[in-house]
Design a protein around this ligand. Structure first.
Ligand SMILES: [Zn+2]
Length: 74
């Protein structure tokens, strides 16, 4: 298991909608705070001088290695 990069292991994320702040359960790790390295997840990042969007579906990557990395669920 590795730490969920969406919620940083908290199991929830703070979302801001207009002036309101809310707590949302993390859909990536299902509030567990950890994700399975063998599960496939939808991930994106940007690359190149034009920041073109790269889309990837597969085992979780290292967030530190990618610019604007996001993980958005199975
Ligand atoms: Zn999470």
């Amino acid at each position: 298991m590795i730490i969920c990069s969406r919620c940083k292991g908290n199991g929830y994320v703070k979302v801001r909608f207009e002036a309101e702040q809310a707590i949302e359960q993390c859909k990536v790790c299902h509030s567990q705070g950890e994700i399975n390295e063998n599960t496939y997840y939808h991930q994106t990042w940007t690359e190149g001088t034009e920041d073109s969007l790269a889309v990837y579906y597969g085992p979780p990557l290292d967030p530190e290695s990618f610019k604007n990395y996001t993980i958005s669920g199975e």
